[in-house]
Design a protein around this ligand. Structure first.
Ligand SMILES: Nc1ncnc2c1ncn2[C@@H]1O[C@H](COP(=O)(O)OP(=O)(O)OP(=O)(O)O)[C@@H](O)[C@H]1O
Ligand SMILES: [Mg+2]
Length: 407
């Protein structure tokens, strides 16, 4: 008795055919739906009060996101993909199913998906503190982020990215790491959101203006200017987030020094004068972890170097983060930003997945040696190691920093 009630509760959020005779076959169908993570449209309508505007959490380049509550009490975030996605229903379902298998403490959990007519919808766990941008760029709310919290966010995001690049069921280059795609749970654990969107929005060969690009201020120059995509593009965006977290400044709207093009330029110039700590958010003034902050600025600069080959990979970033503050690190070369040039003076040893990287330190919690082959192919500047369905024609950035771009 108890058991059957438990099972029927479990089924509630999932597709349910209400024929009079619920045959065994239909029960099996429900179980299959649950396993495949299918939500019925009616469930999502009920959870979001028919996508009520009061429940809208925001709207990015892919469509609106609504907060909702399932019958069993679980809170969800429902992302309605805009109609501009030209992907077929079947492909969408296949990709969503694959992405739902991507699970890590520092990656947002994709609970499932729904298709309804032309609608395509993704269902995520709801993160109560929502996104990092809502704290770090807000004069009052940023005070809630002391240095320990910021450092834990940096480390968590680094772990999540390493997982996506090397250890997830199918390797993923995120392409849009930024403060609004880092969500925080009630314990401030960071979770990377919107991974795998490139798979759900494949390039439309016939409509070249509808494409998934990145966001201004976060995109690596080689990707922005030449469409060259590798995991190092994510490393670049990660470095921007690190420097934003330390300074409390937004790279894309930086105005503190008119002689500097942006936050990266400012941080690099101060670093060269041995004054890098001047970028520190005044809110952090009372912290005693000065050496650790200096190390993180250094890591941010290594990640945002113009030359992708010189940037470390995420495994190496993890190792650097777990080293004792004050440990000597490589010298960063110039940061990259749109229009900046770089001269490659050496083949990088920095980003290699060999040597100091794999498995050492306390960082690589889910490190797996079986992925080393993948990791090493990733380290080249070539686009060959991209997500399966990612097309690599040169993206056209949207000046407003939002995507996909409508033609
Ligand atoms: N799972 C979630 N839990 C809590 N809040 C969320 C969740 N997903 C999204 N949000 C909130 O909804 C807002 C809109 O998200 P959305 O991803 O559409 O926009 P974005 O991240 O600014 O842009 P992009 O489309 O480039 O990712 C986010 O800023 C975030 O605060
Ligand atoms: Mg987002």
């Amino acid at each position: 008795m108890m058991k059957s009630k438990f099972i029927s509760n479990l089924m509630k959020p999932f597709k349910f055919h209400s024929d009079k005779d619920v045959s065994k076959e239909e029960n099996l169908e429900q179980i299959a739906a649950q396993e495949q993570k299918v939500f019925s449209f009616e469930t999502l309508v009920a959870a979001t009060r028919d996508f009520h505007p009061d429940n809208k959490l925001g709207q990015g380049g892919f469509g609106p996101v609504y907060r909702g509550k399932l019958g069993d009490g679980r809170e969800i975030a429902v992302k309605k993909l805009s109609q501009s996605s030209n992907q077929g229903k079947k492909e969408f379902m296949n990709e969503a199913k694959l992405l739902a298998r991507v699970q890590h403490r520092n990656v947002v959990n994709l609970l499932g998906y729904c298709t309804h007519g032309a609608e395509k919808i993704l269902v995520y766990e709801y993160l109560p503190r929502e996104s990092l941008d809502k704290f770090i760029f807000d004069a009052e709310r940023k005070k809630e982020l002391d240095w320990k919290r910021r450092f834990d966010i940096i480390s968590g995001v680094a772990r999540g990215l390493l997982y996506l690049h090397e250890d997830s069921p199918s390797p993923i280059i995120h392409r849009d790491i930024k403060a609004s795609n880092i969500l925080l749970d009630e314990k401030w654990v960071p979770k990377i959101a919107d991974f795998g969107m490139a798979r759900l929005f494949p390039e439309d060969q016939t409509h070249v203006n509808t494409r998934v690009a990145g966001t201004n201020g976060y995109m690596a120059p080689e990707y922005l200017m030449h469409g060259r995509l590798s995991a190092k593009a994510d490393v670049f965006s990660f470095g921007v987030v690190v420097l934003e977290l330390i300074s409390g400044q937004k790279n894309s709207t930086f105005y503190l020094d008119i002689d500097c093009q942006n936050l990266l330029d400012w941080a690099y110039k101060l670093y060269k004068k041995n004054r890098s700590l001047e970028i520190m958010d005044p809110t952090l003034a009372s912290t005693s972890a000065i050496e650790q902050i200096a190390t993180c600025i250094h890591i941010g600069l290594l990640c945002t170097q113009a030359d992708p080959v010189s940037r470390p990979n995420m495994r190496r970033v993890g190792v650097m983060l777990s080293k004792k503050p004050g440990t000597t690190l490589e010298e960063p070369t110039r940061p990259g930003y749109p229009g900046s040039r770089y001269r490659r003076t050496r083949r990088a040893t920095v980003g290699s997945s060999s040597g100091s990287g794999a498995g050492s330190g306390s960082f690589g919690e889910s490190s797996s040696h079986t992925h080393n082959t993948f990791a090493s192919t990733f380290n080249s500047n070539s686009a060959s190691a991209t997500t399966a369905s990612t097309s690599l024609t040169s993206p056209r950035p949207d000046t407003r920093g939002k995507r996909p771009i409508q033609g």
